[in-house]
Design a binder for this molecule. Structure first.
Ligand code: GLC
Ligand code: GLC
Length: 811
């Protein structure tokens, strides 16, 4: 069952009922200013950091799901309604929500009044703009009222929901004409405030939530709206809000348009005040002046659309498969941008007050984003590397505003260092910019001990070399990619952090997954050393890689698949010897991607085992059989009920690893089958089962052991976005950036047919035509570049050309 449809021409998903199984959201904002916005106008806004600079309030885990947003109320006689249905939930005569790329549109109709909203955040200014067009579709004149509504958050979202003894006394606002200024804490240590304004003369305002709603009323029954009159209160403490009242007369057929702007302003420390107690509004007024007319709005909206068209044009495919075209050209790349910006901080499943930016998460997000805006990827790499420790280990998370490592969680996740190599290698393969390797980068943000980034990569690599266990496999520490496989934790009491409770050093638990990563990213690091002319380092690294391959083959192979790990007692995890959790997905994907077992048939065996034991119609499960009881020696993974999350859920993030691994052994049919199972567009028809948004990936789909098999959770912020885009663009479609240039080596289903890709790479546009006359799954037999046949798969990079035409024929 569907709740809408894809409109590919407009790059939109059109939701046709407000009653979707879960709120279906969109993200507005590309740089510093962000809004989460649901299909019923719920959501919130923040500047840079969802915890520390939250602008508007949201209530997670509320009894009416998805309450609080930026609402518009319309009072038409006795009927009060919202164009996005919530919060009054007055039944609409018609409803539509279009989530587009960086914007959303809503159209609600009730009793012949149509309210159309368009809302977006311009690429270059910290402001959310909403155009509200009211149209009288009837034959008689109507006098109606429009009320806006936002509830301010007192900046620190964590403190805001906990510290009432202070917070109920500190709220402060100012109002001048049609602009409401939220200035809580500006009197003391903050130098920023928020504004909410409309480009018309208002008929009233409200800044006190109690006055607006009336005692004991929810947002669905605001007393002042029912009364038809705002009270012009200046809030003092309690719950500051911003609401405008506009009395609107509409002749039959007439439309009126208003532009609302919600902005964030920072002033210099010595320029905070206009006069004592009155904030300096110069910058706010300058910002608002840019968006005073409908034309200003439309122009800014056009610019945003052009900005996105340009970004998305960097990778474009035309094939006979509409799902692939749609996901690759639009939604998958879009989700990559959103995950790059948010990491795992702010979604409808991540409150924005918990995790900051994850070290491994951000490095992986880069893989899907780097072709879009390489400069931002460069900055991100430096930020991430700056939180590394001198021994090569790393803070597991850092806060986006301060860019400092988060000491609550600390370090000891032993996969982290290698992801820095993965991200850096992807950046250099994309851009050719080796200057980044020579940048001086601090450790733990301490510039006095800075070294080059290349030295950081060396320490990342050596951290693994220096931390091996009894089987010469890497020590796992607190966890590897699987945050819940806590082999050194042994927590017996609720409330203890599974990751931070046990020692990260000391016990000898080892990870075959990290071993696979070490082979894959060790080789990428070796290639960078070679590129810099350091052949001694290259040889040293490759020798270490060979040792690791030998260790995997000796103790990391279980006969039919790769072992997952050795626990602190040196017992196998993910082996046929175990009674539960006999096979795990991660080492099968990572070891094969690294090339381990490709020559001796183990890769094929491992992937056949995955298909036989882990496959379901909704995707590949993370492990089987599910753990049915809590295992002290395995940690959080066994805390989840069977079928959910890391305990035998379909963890979408590592499905592309299996798909990529299949391309490494040339099985295009199977690679694509795995791709399709979790691909949002392919499963739109089962939205009532899947439940999350059909245009983006979710972190997890419940596995076969779960009560709700097929149901997804944690949509949007997941490494799935980057890894699937990497999979489909670089491995299945086969356009892979190497250090020397773009390589063309598709691995598609036999029946996929010919396709064309346009790829902008290092400033050159490549038009690549791929022909598959004999319906093979892999193998390019000829490659011509501007009419000239070249050997191998790589298009030699020639910066003097602007456009290059390539024909690749599969054999
Ligand atoms: C979450 C985390 C990620 C981790 C994964 C598996 O998605 O953000 O870092 O790798 O879970 O545990
Ligand atoms: C929990 C989640 C896991 C996530 C981790 C982050 O363990 O199950 O997916 O990566 O929290 O700390």
């Amino acid at each position: 069952m569907k709740f809408g449809y894809f409109d590919d021409n407009n790059k939109e998903y059109v939701i046709t009922t407000p009653k979707t199984p879960l709120p279906w959201i969109n993200y507005l904002g590309c740089n510093d200013f962000f809004t989460l916005l649901s299909n019923t106008c719920g959501g919130y806004t923040f500047y840079k950091d969802a915890k520390l600079l939250r602008m508007t309030r949201y209530r997670y885990n509320d009894t009416t799901p998805d309450t609080n947003g930026k609402y518009f109320y319309i009072k038409d006689g006795d009927t009060i309604w919202n164009p996005g249905w919530q919060p009054t939930k007055t039944e609409l005569d018609s409803y539509e929500c279009r989530h587009g790329i960086g914007y959303s549109k809503f159209t609600g109709v009730k009793n012949n009044i149509e309210a159309a909203l368009v809302t977006f955040v311009p690429a270059d200014n910290p402001v959310e703009l909403t155009k509200v067009t009211l149209t009288n579709k009837g034959n008689a004149k109507k006098d109606i009222q429009l009320f806006s509504y936002v509830e301010w958050c007192l900046w620190n979202a964590d403190d805001d929901m906990k510290n009432y003894q202070r917070n109920l006394s500190i709220g402060e606002v100012e109002v001048v004409d049609s602009t409401i200024y939220h200035k809580t804490e500006y009197r003391e240590r903050r130098n920023h405030y928020a504004v909410y304004s409309v480009n018309a003369k208002i008929d009233g305002f409200e800044t006190s939530r109690d006055e607006f709603r009336g005692a004991y009323n929810g947002p669905d029954k605001p007393a002042a709206v029912i009364e038809g009159k705002l009270h012009n209160t200046i809030a003092s403490g309690w719950y500051p809000i911003a609401s405008h009242q506009l009395n609107v007369s509409l002749e039959a057929g007439e439309s009126k348009t208003f532009v609302f702007a919600l902005g964030y302003i920072e002033n210099a420390e010595d320029d905070k005040w206009e006069k004592p107690g009155v904030i300096n509004k110069k910058k706010a007024n300058a910002l608002l002046a840019k968006y005073q007319t409908t034309e200003d709005f439309d122009k800014a909206f056009d610019e945003l659309c052009k900005y996105w068209d340009n970004l998305l044009s960097k990778f474009h495919i035309e094939s006979s498969d509409e799902h692939v075209n749609r996901m690759v050209n639009i939604w998958n790349q879009y989700q990559c941008m959103v995950t790059f910006n948010m990491s795992r901080s702010a979604s409808y499943y991540e409150t924005g007050i918990g995790r900051g930016m994850g070290f491994r998460d951000s490095c992986q997000d880069l893989l899907g984003f780097v072709h879009l805006i390489p400069d931002r990827a460069r900055e991100r790499i430096i930020d991430i590397a700056s939180t590394q420790f001198q021994d090569g280990s790393a803070y597991h998370q850092y806060q986006p505003l301060t860019k400092k490592g988060n000491s609550d969680i600390g370090s000891g996740f032993n996969d982290d260092p290698l992801w820095l190599i993965a991200g850096t290698s992807a950046y250099i393969r994309e851009t050719g910019d080796t200057s980044i390797l020579k940048e001086m980068v601090p450790y733990d943000n301490d510039m006095s001990v800075a070294t080059t980034l290349m030295e950081h990569l060396k320490r990342s690599f050596d951290y693994i070399v220096n931390h091996k266990g009894p089987h010469d496999l890497p020590l796992i520490g607190r966890a590897d990619w699987n945050d819940c496989l806590n082999l050194n934790c042994f927590s017996e009491h609720p409330g203890e952090s599974f990751q931070c409770f046990g020692p990260s050093e000391g016990p000898v638990a080892e990870s075959v997954f990290i071993a696979g990563m070490f082979v894959k990213y060790g080789r990428e690091y070796a290639a960078l050393a070679k590129l810099l002319g350091d052949t001694a380092e290259e040889a040293r690294v490759l020798a270490e890689v060979d040792k690791m391959i030998a260790a995997i083959e000796k103790d990391g192979w279980d006969g039919e698949w790769f072992v997952r790990a050795y626990d602190a007692y040196s017992h196998k995890v993910g082996s046929k010897e175990c009674d539960e959790g006999q096979i795990y997905i991660e080492p099968q994907g990572m070891c094969v991607m690294a090339g381990v077992g490709v020559d001796n048939g183990n890769a094929e065996k491992a992937l056949n085992s995955v298909k036989a034991k882990l496959d379901t119609k909704y995707g590949v499960m993370i492990l089987q059989p599910a753990y049915t009881r809590y295992h002290l020696e395995l940690g959080e993974i066994t805390s989840y009920p069977p079928g959910y999350k890391e305990n035998a859920g379909i963890f979408c993030h590592n499905n592309p690893w299996i798909s990529i691994a299949e391309t490494c052994i040339g099985r295009g049919d199977r690679a694509f089958e795995v791709y399709k199972k979790t691909c949002p567009s392919y499963i739109e028809d089962i939205s009532e089962i899947h439940r999350t948004e059909p245009y983006v990936y979710s972190q997890m789909v419940a596995g076969a052991d779960a009560k709700f098999h097929g149901e997804a959770k944690n949509s949007w912020l997941t490494g799935t976005a980057a890894w699937t885009f990497t999979n489909i663009s670089q491995y299945i479609l086969g356009i892979y950036p190497t250090l020397e240039g773009l390589s063309v080596n598709p691995c598609t289903p036999a029946a996929f047919g010919d396709f064309n890709v346009t790829r902008v790479y290092r400033g050159v546009t490549y038009n690549i035509e791929i022909k598959n006359p004999n319906k093979v799954q892999k193998g390019v037999s000829s490659l011509t570049v501007d009419g000239v046949e070249v050997q191998g798969n790589v298009i030699p990079f020639d910066p003097s050309k602007k456009v290059v035409n390539v024909i690749a024929t599969m054999k």
